[in-house]
Design a protein around this ligand. Structure first.
Ligand SMILES: [Zn+2]
Ligand SMILES: [Zn+2]
Length: 339
């Protein structure tokens, strides 16, 4: 099979993913072999390539927003049949026994494996996964549309849930890429009397026009004061400043949720009185649970979410990642691997 592999840490601009031919993997006990049709391109790949999040071995096949069809069942696998369309997300395996797993926090499992980091992912024609960590994809979505739902959508859904937002409240979104453009649609559906304010980099006119089209109630630049205080906010950006900015615009008792694995620049010093007092909270999002995916995918079909995608070929993965790093992808970037 063809695969784009990462052999060592590098800067994204050096286009380090290499096209190689590898043997098609063989599904182990209770695993399924999946023929990959589409795989989304995520910020986490930038972190992995540049060494802020380390793959557990090299070479590694990145990619954790995988849509494909079951090609073959491993011994004892019974949940799917050949030809079923499935999705694979960031959570690849969890132990099921530790204190975190036992309280529905398998996203924090210390033994957990992550797709495209500890197990080969979807920048390839085939991949294998435990049948317990694959999800049926609603018919409504094309392969390309479904891919970004699996990380940008699922983790964004988790972030929105963690904000504790209620109907009638004001939500601030910092950064308007793959995840935010999905989550604004969820927020508008679940909280019809709420408002969504979007903050982008000042020059991101494409992102701003997409935000307007998707119903943002106000659009400004990071650093702007919001017209009303935010009851809650999600920071989707890879940098530190928006955390302080979200706290500055936050209403008393509000919460800022940070949806990032790593920040490329530090969070600036906070002033206790201005940024944190009055019971303001900061919470991070780490990974996802299977429940997040199982709840979100049917909800996405019901709304229905319409993901904007920009298509690339498998061989163009490096170019897609450079554009992602530059903030130049409208909606979500997706590799189309088979038709
Ligand atoms: Zn565990
Ligand atoms: Zn991701």
């Amino acid at each position: 099979m063809k695969a784009m592999v990462l052999k060592q840490t590098s800067s994204v601009e050096e286009k380090p993913l290499e096209l190689v031919h590898l043997p098609t993997p063989i599904p182990d006990i209770k695993q399924i072999l999946v023929k990959v049709y589409a795989c989304g391109v995520c910020h986490t790949e930038l972190d992995e390539i540049e060494g802020r999040v380390s793959p557990s071995r090299f070479p590694m096949i990145l990619g954790h927003e995988i849509v494909g069809k079951v090609e073959r069942l491993g011994p004892g696998a019974t949940k799917f049949k050949e030809g079923d369309r499935v999705g694979i997300a960031w959570i690849n395996w969890a132990c099921g026994k530790c204190s975190f797993c036992l309280k529905d926090e398998e996203n924090l499992c210390t033994e957990a494996k992550w797709t495209g980091k500890d197990a080969n992912g979807g920048y390839a024609q085939y991949t294998v996964v435990s049948e317990d960590f694959a999800y049926p994809i609603p018919d409504r979505f094309s392969d390309l549309e479904a891919a970004p739902l699996l990380c940008a959508g699922v983790v964004g859904y988790r972030a929105l849930r963690l904000t504790g937002m209620g109907d009638g409240q004001v939500l601030g979104l910092y950064g308007f890429g793959a995840s935010a453009h999905i989550i604004i649609q969820v927020a508008k559906y679940k909280y019809p009397h709420g408002k969504v304010f979007v903050f982008t980099r000042p020059n991101q006119v494409e992102h701003q026009s997409l935000a307007r089209k998707l119903g943002a109630d106000w659009i400004g630049a990071t650093g702007d004061s919001s017209p009303e205080k935010l009851n809650c906010a999600i920071d989707f950006t890879p940098v530190g400043v928006p955390v302080r900015e979200a706290l500055r615009n936050l209403e008393k008792g509000g919460r800022v949720v940070i949806n990032a694995i790593r920040k490329t620049t530090p969070i600036p010093e906070l002033d206790y009185t201005e940024h944190l007092w009055h019971e303001k909270e900061v919470k991070s999002v780490a990974n996802v649970t299977r429940r997040d995916a199982q709840e979100f995918l049917p909800l996405a079909a019901e709304i229905p979410i319409v993901p904007e995608t920009q298509e690339f070929r498998l061989e163009e993965a490096n170019e897609a990642l450079v554009l992602l790093k530059e903030g130049k992808i409208r909606g979500a970037g997706v590799l189309r691997i088979a038709t």
